[in-house]
Design a protein around this ligand. Structure first.
Ligand SMILES: Cc1cc2nc3c(=O)[nH]c(=O)nc-3n(C[C@H](O)[C@H](O)[C@H](O)COP(=O)(O)OP(=O)(O)OC[C@H]3O[C@@H](n4cnc5c(N)ncnc54)[C@H](O)[C@@H]3O)c2cc1C
Length: 361
């Protein structure tokens, strides 16, 4: 079929969660990906649903809250449709901070700030020097589990998924859009650009760039010694079942360079060993890189860009957390309903007013 109610470019978490929500709303949906579905940032991710991270910008709170509320239903639906499991891998995070966030009141401090003994009960052998540790109720999943299940779920739901089919350009008309792809021209009632770090290739006005991240997984023989995520601003360690721990990440402006730099992997591993010394006996099992879609101000861009076109990109370090909520509000908007949360912090217009771009600066 060469037409659909909604066509989506990009089969990462943002494109596919939107596709599932739109399908539920009664739309025929086709999703194009230039490569394999869920093979870019969405599979490279650490999988932390870090809605409680005190370092998150306040503008993300409402979308993060909605997305976390959507998560149980989203995972159950994807598991059901795909017949693949996406286990919750951890349920708490121990986060080291240099200073307690000013927003914490006394009761919250009593509840969340851990003594050295409490840190050690959760992360035995952790190096606590110079840090105050917070206990956050936060879950993580393995992005590889989601990457296996979500495309299968989309197909089972009746969404047409066209892999290895780049979208080149999109031309808007009054009754629909023409989408020029590697496989010919396709027509749709509406179009969503969910191409992550590649979004400017379809709309040059979008201030988005790839923010490269290196990751590694280690094997530490013996019993699993830590069951929570241990995180500071410079490194995180995530137990991944059995004897594996995933460690991340760097933040680089290196374009779409797919090379793994052994020096950066070594540096990341050293930072992890410094935070959690038991890791010094671990072997590096896997290394990889991914490209976070980073906007100019670090916030997502979720907007209607013309009568029949929408964009959702710029989810930066939190796209796994924010995916189901983003899919929910986009589908509401595209089918003509009022999105259930205020999306004004994520509109494109904010860049025209930013000091960097304003004529007065
Ligand atoms: C190292 C690392 C660690 C991370 N850790 C976390 C974490 O712990 N928690 C969290 O919430 N987030 C995390 N993130 C962020 C998260 O992975 C991203 O924000 C999210 O995956 C972005 O999803 P997306 O669908 O926008 O982009 P992507 O997953 O990159 O998907 C975009 C898709 O568009 C396709 N595409 C591009 N151009 C075209 C075109 N012209 N035509 C057709 N298809 C096209 C691409 O092939 C790709 O499949 C991490 C990211 C990285 C890199």
């Amino acid at each position: 079929m060469n037409s659909a109610d909604v066509a989506i470019a990009g089969a990462g978490i943002i494109g596919l969660t939107s596709a599932l929500e739109l399908k539920d709303a009664g739309c025929n949906v086709t999703v194009f990906d230039q490569g394999e579905a869920m093979s870019e940032a969405s599979r490279a991710a650490a999988g932390m649903l870090a809605g409680a991270d005190p370092e998150n910008p306040t503008e993300l709170r409402e979308l993060a809250k909605l997305s976390l509320a959507c998560y149980p239903g989203f995972l159950a639906r994807v598991e059901d449709l795909s017949a693949k499991r996406i286990p919750i891998r951890t349920t708490t995070t121990v986060q080291g901070v240099k200073h307690l966030p000013a927003t914490l009141d006394h009761a919250t401090i009593l509840r969340t700030v851990l003594s050295e003994r409490e840190v050690n009960a959760r992360a035995p052998g952790a190096n606590t020097a110079g840090w105050k540790f917070l206990l956050l109720e936060e879950q993580s999943i393995d992005a590889w589990d989601l990457a296996e299940a979500l495309p299968a779920a989309a197909r089972a739901a009746g969404i047409e998924l066209r892999e290895n089919t780049s979208v080149f350009t999109v031309r808007g008309g009054t009754s629909g859009v023409d989408i020029v792809t590697a496989d010919g021209t396709f027509s749709a009632g509406s179009f969503l650009n969910a191409t992550g770090a590649w979004a400017p290739s379809l709309d040059r006005s979008l201030p988005v760039a790839p923010r490269k991240g290196h990751m590694l997984t280690t094997e530490l023989p013996g019993e699993l010694q830590m069951h929570c995520v241990l995180r500071t601003a410079s490194v995180y360690i995530i137990p991944r079942g059995a004897t594996r721990y995933t460690i991340g990440s760097t933040l680089e402006d290196a374009g779409f360079d797919r090379n793994v730099d052994p020096r950066l992997i070594h540096d990341l591993f050293s930072r992890a060993v410094d935070l959690w010394p038991p890791l010094r006996d671990a072997n590096i099992a896997e290394t990889w890189v991914g490209f976070r879609p980073g906007s100019e101000d670090g916030l997502p861009i979720i907007d209607q860009t013309s009568e029949r076109c929408w964009v959702a990109t710029g989810h930066f370090r939190n796209g796994i957390l924010l995916g189901p909520g983003t899919g929910r509000v986009l589908s509401q908007w595209i089918v003509g309903r009022e999105p259930e949360i205020d999306l004004s912090p994520f509109r494109c217009g904010r860049f025209a007013l930013s000091p960097a771009l304003s004529p007065a600066s």
